[in-house]
Design a protein around this ligand. Structure first.
Ligand SMILES: NC(=O)c1ccc[n+]([C@@H]2O[C@H](COP(=O)([O-])OP(=O)(O)OC[C@H]3O[C@@H](n4cnc5c(N)ncnc54)[C@H](OP(=O)(O)O)[C@@H]3O)[C@@H](O)[C@H]2O)c1
Length: 270
């Protein structure tokens, strides 16, 4: 599979993939060919991921696993023990990527306190790569000042055809930070957009596939999720689609700065 900055281009998101049904969906994703699984401490799906990966029987080097540290575990001395608990849930010795899930709400924990523990997790071999999620340009600059340029593998942010986040994406490209796009199909809403429908018709594809193909063609990692086997397969099919210049221009025009995830304790978005 294609990869960006060492991260497989298409991953399987696991928010909502709980209990036996969730484990089945993750197993289905692995059977279809996904080799990148995205979880987080707060999703409560690390156990499902660990059991599905163990059941499928992949050797550790053949699957890329991301987890995210919740702000509750940012305090001095808390991050690494919390990552050990995550690794126990995942039945693994290390994650391929460990992210700060959100900047500390209202700056309650100073940035150096949690970023330095994150770097320590990498030094200890608990994470092969480290990164952040929901960071703005200003926060990325502060993080780079603390950890050094090149330390962050990715910034995982909301990004889809209706929120193309170009200013942030441009900054990340210049800084060598891979964008991981969450909510990449806007929870299926992309199907209602006429411009996306037209590109989909031209490629005999679905709107979700076109949205994912577009984002990957821009160099972004995408992590859609579904609880339905046919959609898990449909989304994986985006890897086979190549868009031409007209398609890219049409997709570019669908941006309308429509953000779905913006908690009041979150950062001031770019
Ligand atoms: N870092 C963060 O703060 C953050 C925030 C949000 C999400 N994430 C990550 O990103 C992943 C994906 O984000 P998301 O779940 O918010 O959004 P998404 O992947 O854009 O949308 C998932 C929703 O779309 C539906 N769907 C999936 N494939 C479809 C298709 N081909 N056609 C039509 N509908 C389809 C699914 O319903 P069915 O299950 O019924 O198919 C599900 O309700 C999460 O699982 C999580 O891993 C990270």
């Amino acid at each position: 599979m294609r990869s960006f900055g060492g991260i497989p281009a298409l991953g399987f998101g696991t928010y909502g993939r709980w209990k036996a049904d969730g484990e089945d969906a993750i197993l289905t994703a692995l059977e279809i060919g996904y080799r990148h699984i995205d979880t987080a401490q707060t999703y409560d799906t690390e156990g499902e991921c660990g059991r599905a990966i163990a059941a499928f029987g992949l050797s550790r080097g053949d699957v890329f696993v991301t987890t995210k540290i919740t702000p509750e575990n940012f305090g001095a001395g808390k991050l690494i023990p919390s990552l050990h608990r995550s690794l126990d849930n995942l039945q693994m010795d290390y994650v391929d990527l460990c992210l700060i899930h959100w900047p500390s709400p209202h700056g309650e924990t100073p940035l150096p306190v949690y970023l330095e523990q994150l770097a320590e997790a990498k030094t200890e071999g608990l994470a092969q790569r480290i990164g952040v999620s929901n960071f703005t340009i200003d926060l990325l600059k502060q993080a780079e000042a603390i950890l050094g340029k090149g330390a962050l593998a990715t910034n995982q942010v909301e990004l889809h055809p209706f929120l193309q986040n170009r200013k942030l994406a441009h900054y990340c490209k210049e800084a060598g930070i891979t964008i991981t796009a969450y909510r990449p199909i806007a929870e299926g809403r992309v199907a209602s957009d006429r411009a996306i429908q037209r590109v989909a018709e031209k490629h005999d594809a679905t709107a979700a596939q076109i949205a994912l193909a577009y984002l990957m063609q821009l160099g972004y990692v995408v992590i859609p999720t579904s609880g339905k086997a046919e959609r898990i397969a449909e989304n994986f099919g985006a890897l086979d689609i190549a868009l031409d210049a007209d398609d890219l221009a049409a997709m570019r025009s669908t941006d309308r700065n429509e953000r779905y995830i913006a908690p009041d304790w979150g950062p001031h978005w770019d």
